[in-house]
Ligand binder design. Structure first.
Ligand code: PEP
Length: 255
């Protein structure tokens, strides 16, 4: 019912030449993969080059950010229409690094997602609690607030195009992956909130887990009923590691 979606978030890594080298090694390794959606989100500077290489492959192009305005005097920004022009089918919004380092609010994230929907790009909306919030027992309260705010502009009838990424901030880039049980408990909570908001369509919304996903832990995470994919940072920079993550079903790495 929900097709798994494995996405690479390259953050501010890789020049165009390095992106080409990655694809030379990655694409042949995943040519036979057909059961999952594969997404690559390179930096803006690589979107054109990577998009050309992905055309005709099974992997889809994603952006890591977007400005909600259609156009205008917004120096340094990129609009959804520009992303469409480059062949982007997904865009990440609300990543915790953008929330923390660039002061992005739920309202701003919601406007970005709305602009992406309007342009026909599927948003990957990230939510997640910090370690201090989890230790204070506030995880569900924080996630509920982020969800309500960040999804405020999902157009009626289009909820299933949304991808939600649960990324506990304490697990991002730290090597401390959430256990499959903790991740599943949180995904089940998010699913229940999505049901309350969108009704039966929530059963078709894919929820990715993100936070130190590696070839060694992806199978156990993906085996959980409400984990429909992974958003992968560090391990997605290595073509072999990301190919093993994408091929998790046949990797023999069941744990
Ligand atoms: C991310 O930044 O979305 C992420 C999950 O990073 P990492 O896999 O490195 O923890």
């Amino acid at each position: 019912m929900r097709r798994p979606i494995l996405a690479a978030n390259w953050k501010m890594y890789k020049t165009t030449g390095e992106a080409e080298e990655f694809l030379d090694r990655f694409l042949p390794r995943v040519a036979g993969v057909s059961e999952v959606d594969v997404v690559i989100a390179p930096p803006f500077t690589c979107l054109d080059r990577v998009g050309r290489r992905l055309a005709g492959s099974k992997a889809a192009l994603a952006a890591q950010n977007v400005n909600p305005q259609a156009d205008g005097a917004f120096t340094g920004e990129v609009s959804a229409r520009m992303l469409v022009d480059l062949g982007c089918r997904y865009a990440i919004v609300g990543h915790s690094e953008r929330r923390a380092l660039f002061d992005e609010t739920d309202d701003f994230v919601a406007r970005k997602a709305g602009a992406l929907f309007a342009a026909g790009i599927r948003p990957i909306v990230c939510v997640g609690e910090t370690l201090a919030q989890r230790e204070a027992g506030r995880t569900f309260e924080v996630l509920a607030e982020q969800l309500t705010g960040s999804l405020a502009e999902v157009p009626p009838g289009r909820a299933e195009e949304l991808v939600l990424a649960y990324e506990p901030v304490w697990a991002i880039g730290t090597g401390h992956t959430a256990t499959p049980e903790i991740a599943q408990e949180t995904h089940a909570f998010l699913r229940a909130r999505l049901v309350a908001r969108f009704g039966p369509a929530a059963g078709r919304i894919r929820i990715q887990y993100g936070g130190s996903v590696k070839p060694e832990n992806v199978y156990a995470l993906m085996a959980q009923p409400d984990i429909d994919g992974a958003l992968v940072g560090g391990a997605s920079l290595d073509p072999e590691a990301f190919a093993r993550i994408v091929s998790y079903q046949g990797s023999g790495e069941k744990r």
